[in-house]
Design a protein around this ligand. Sequence first.
Ligand code: FE
Length: 284
Amino acid sequence: MTSLRKVLSIQAGQPTSDGAGVRLTRVFGGPGVEQFDPFLMLDEFGSDKPDDYIAGFPPHPHRGFETVTYMLEGRMRHEDHMGNVGLLQGGGVQWMTAARGIIHSEMPEQEEGVMRGFQLWLNLPGKNKLADASYQDIQPENIPRLTTAQGVDVVVIAGEFNDGQIRQAGAVQRPDTEPQYFDFHIPAGARVSPQLPEGHRALLYVYEGSLEIEGCPQSVSASRLARLGDEGELQISSATGARVLLIAGKPLREPIVQYGPFVMNTREEIEQALRDFRDDRLTA
Ligand code: FE
């Protein structure tokens, strides 16, 4: 008999603002982030009020990790010091490996309407924190989508979806942390059993409806994150219908020292990042 993945905690996101005053929900991040290793942060943004998003994220630096932006609705323009310009739109993903350093802006390309999506921060191993930065825009038509036998729609952003019947590689594969990133649309009464690598840390974020996790007596309602154990099988279902992100990755088990947009292994490396940024050498 195989065991089920345990639900270790269920938590609600916290309202906050970032950038030049963009209102968002911090699903996790900050103190205690080690328990989400290799992930550092998940933000959800969603509003139809331009005042909540119009200020955007003017030029700012990152070092030591990757940012993954998944847009559900709306349009955001990315520009960075390498000369990349990208338009991120509904259903698209931007995967940015800041590594040694990137300076970029993320600005809404709309003055009204709905802006909705997620930004995930994924840590890099120490050996790659000072590698060259890179960046890819993945348009919606290049992100694999499938429908399971039970009628669950799956957007396979990263890793590999496998429910024992369908296998589908995602748009992005990364070494070391081997991230798995799926967006599920589960109709009422349907279930899905995604297989995950043993030892991967797994998170379920319900952004619409409510979700049942086999073995957990409590259902997980919208805007809540369930943190799962590293081993065992996962079976999820929804009595009412749900939209859910499943995010999993191999823990790095390295020290995490964070100062704002810099995430390194030691205090000294953070001080170096601050000096490099001040001296205009962050990306050099
Ligand atoms: Fe950024």
